[in-house]
Design a protein around this ligand. Structure first.
Ligand code: UGA
Length: 359
């Protein structure tokens, strides 16, 4: 297939681009920079366009017209940005992505739109005075694509602008499906991690996701910071599992993913952020520790101090993956410890390479 991959050189995009090329597809990849797809840049089937989709002077319509399938991964998806530049988060994640979707509608092309598990928001069990018998029952945190209700915080908690922007985009795709027969598949990733996730923070205002903060703390012996005590929980999904499922969506045998929303995640890999910090520290001590660097302490910091005013958080989110299993025969295979260790090994090795090249 001829595939137009937008945001192809981000974390997920770079792994997906690699897989698409391996499977023999012809890929036009668009992104701001090419660093994460460096190993594939010379591939005969890859055309890389360095482009900010917000700037004038690129031919979105022409690229969509020439493709058999469009995959859109373009997003600001780091919570720190929802607090710092909420308007830009809305503009990129909704307005700019809408232009891509509408080009697909105009040219009758199938779109795989990456969305987010953040659309589900918070659990009912987390609400004040929640009338649930057992708040710890995973049933309250298990989110299904077509039946779960969404609970978001108030407008003043502007973290939720991202969730709303993504949700509105999903609703517009659904409406185009109803009114124009538009063919799309929406993917809701649940905390993918693996080599090339985010970046290690270099400057005071760098705000990657939690794995990168913890990895940086381990490499430098600085404190691992638990926002609000690290009580919230996530299900971490290894990137190879995620790409396997995504690739089955690309293939779409028998049209099973037409106009479907699909959760991709590892329900058995749930950890609290505190458990994640402790596990990463244990793995680091056992496998990677440079004896010259002390093991970091784990401390708690208030959310508004760490991120700024307007911070709020998803308390817990477990993917219901029955749909991916039924439609695609997919189940994740990576456990939480090997997921963390393999991802950590990548960063330790990158750090050693940098140290070696700096003499
Ligand atoms: C983010 C995005 O908002 C989602 O769109 C995306 O789907 C998701 O990542 C993902 O990777 O799939 P989130 O899980 O909240 O969601 O991202 P993180 O920044 O990694 O935060 C996870 C938890 O760690 C939060 O509770 C946060 O407060 C906490 N945290 C973060 C710390 O305790 N310490 C830190 O140094 C950083």
């Amino acid at each position: 297939m001829k595939i137009l991959a937008l945001g192809a050189a981000g974390f997920i995009g770079s792994h997906l681009t690699h897989r698409l090329l391996k499977e023999g597809h012809i890929v036009t990849a668009v992104d701001l920079q090419s660093e994460k797809v460096a190993e594939d840049l010379d591939h005969a089937n890859l055309t890389f366009l360095q482009q900010d989709i917000r700037s004038a002077g690129w031919d979105l319509d022409g690229l969509v017209r020439d493709a058999d399938l469009v995959i859109d991964l373009i997003a600001y998806a780091n919570p720190g940005l929802y607090l710092r530049i909420p308007l830009e988060v809305f503009r990129l994640n909704f307005l700019e992505n809408l232009k891509i979707a509408e080009a697909c509608v105009r040219h009758g092309k199938r779109l795989i739109q990456f969305s987010t598990c953040e659309v589900y928001g918070r659990t009912a069990a987390s609400l004040q005075n929640a009338a649930v018998a057992d708040p710890e029952d995973p049933i309250h945190a298990t989110f299904s694509e077509d039946t779960s209700e969404y609970i978001l915080g108030p407008v003043a908690k502007h973290r939720w602008i991202y969730s709303c922007a993504k949700q509105l985009l999903e609703r517009v795709l659904h409406a185009y499906g109803l009114e124009h027969g538009f063919n799309y598949t929406i993917v809701r990733p649940f905390n993918f991690i693996g080599p090339k996730i985010d970046f290690l923070p270099q400057k005071e205002d760098d705000i990657p996701r939690v794995f990168s903060f913890f990895m940086d703390a381990l490499l430098n012996g600085t404190p691992m910071k638990l926002v609000n005590g690290g009580v919230n929980r996530r299900c971490y999904t290894y990137i190879d599992d995620a790409i396997e499922c995504t690739y089955r969506i690309v293939e779409n045998r028998g049209g099973v993913c037409d106009r479907q929303i699909v959760n991709i995640g590892s329900p058995h890999n749930e950890v609290s952020i505190r458990q994640m910090a402790e596990t990463m520290r244990e793995i680091y001590a056992a496998k990677f520790r440079d004896p010259a660097t002390p093991l970091p302490e784990i401390i708690s910091v208030p959310g508004e101090q760490f991120y700024g005013e307007g911070y709020d958080d998803s308390d817990r989110r477990i993917p219901d993956i029955a749909k991916a299993s039924t439609l695609l025969g997919w189940e994740p295979v990576w456990g939480i410890c090997e997921t963390l260790e393999t991802t950590m090994r990548y960063y330790v090795s990158e750090r050693r390479k940098t140290a070696a090249s700096n003499g």
